[in-house]
Design a protein around this ligand. Sequence first.
Ligand code: NAP
Length: 320
Amino acid sequence: MVAIRLLVETADTAIGKLRILLTGGTGFIGQHVQKYLLSAGHDVKVFVRQKPSRQLGLMLGCVPVFGDLNDQDSVREAVTDCDLIVYCAGTVKGAEFKDFTEANISGVKRFASALLLVGSINARFLLISSLAASRPYISDYAQSKYLGEQALKGIEGLRWSILRPPAVYGLGDTEMLKIFRLIRIGIAPLIGPSNQMLSFLHVEDLARSIICTIDASDEMDRCCVDLHDGQLGGYSWSDIIKAVRGNSIALRLPIPRPVANILAALNRKTAERLRYSPMLTEGKVRELSQQEWICDNSRITEKTGWTPRIDLIEGVGQLV
Ligand SMILES: NC(=O)c1ccc[n+]([C@@H]2O[C@H](COP(=O)([O-])OP(=O)(O)OC[C@H]3O[C@@H](n4cnc5c(N)ncnc54)[C@H](OP(=O)(O)O)[C@@H]3O)[C@@H](O)[C@H]2O)c1
C-alpha cells in the first residue's frame, strides 16, 4: 500500500525539468528530498524495495520503481534514460563492515555504472555521503562512506557531485531526537570530550542544498563539498543544551570511553540475538569520541549560492 502525502511547499529551479531517480527516498533524509525535487518541478522516480503492505511514504507525484540495489537488471531498468540519480540510500547502523557495504559502496557503484551505460547524455550522479567519509579509519560506517565516494569517482566519464553533511536532524529523524529528548529532561550524556565541537545541519537545508547543487551542475561537476548550518566552528555542548533547554541547565553525564565500549559490546551482542542493526558499536563510540566534527560551507556557497536558513535553536525548537 503506497501512502500518499500532499506536497506542501514550493521551490524554484533554475534549470529545466529533469528525469530524476531517487534512491533512499523512504528514509529520513529521502522523504524530505522527495518533497524538494517535486517542488522544483522535476519528474521523480523513487527506487524502493518492495515489501508487502509496507508504507512507502511516497508523495503524490513520485513514481515508485520497485527493485533491489543488488539486482543489476532492476537497477539498469530504473536508470534507463535518467538525467540524474540522487543517491540517498545508505546504511547508518550495523554490527560489522559487511553490513554497510551493500547500500554505501556496491549500490553506488552499480547505479553509477548503469547510469553511464543507459542514462541520458550528460547524466549526473549526486551522492549523499557524510562528513564521516573524511575520516575513513574511524569506523566501519566512515570507511564505507569513503569507499562509496571512491567507487563513484572511479567511474570514468561520469559527471558527479558529492555532498558531505555532518549530523542531520529534523522532522522524521529518530537518532538525534533521542539525544535532544534526553537533554530536554535535563540529562546530557557525553561520550566525547567536554570541549567537543560539532556541526549540524537541518534536513530541510540539506534538501535545499540538493536543489542548488542540481541547478549549479557545471560548477559542481566532480566536486565533493561539506556543508553545515552556518555555525562556524560548530556547537559546543553548552550551545546544544541551550538550544534544547533555553537558559535551564542540564546535568552533564560524562560516559568514560571504556564504559561506552562495554555498552557498545553489550548492544552488539543483544542486536545479534534479537536481530536488529545496532547503532551503538565500538566504531560509533570512536566517532562520538572525536574532539570535533566540524566542517566548512564556503565551497558549496561559492559554487551554488546555497546558504543555510535553519540554525540549531530554531531547528531543535521545532522538534522538542
Ligand atoms: N542522518 C544523518 O544524520 C546523516 C548524516 C550524514 C549523512 N547521512 C547519509 O544520508 C543517507 C540517508 O540517511 P538517512 O538518515 O535518511 O537513513 P535512513 O533513514 O536509514 O534511510 C536509508 C534509506 O536507504 C534505503 N536503503 C538502505 N539499504 C538499502 C538497500 N540495501 N537497498 C535499497 N535501499 C536501501 C532505505 O530503504 P528502506 O526504507 O527500504 O530500508 C532508506 O530509504 C545515508 O547515506 C547516510 O549515510 C545521514
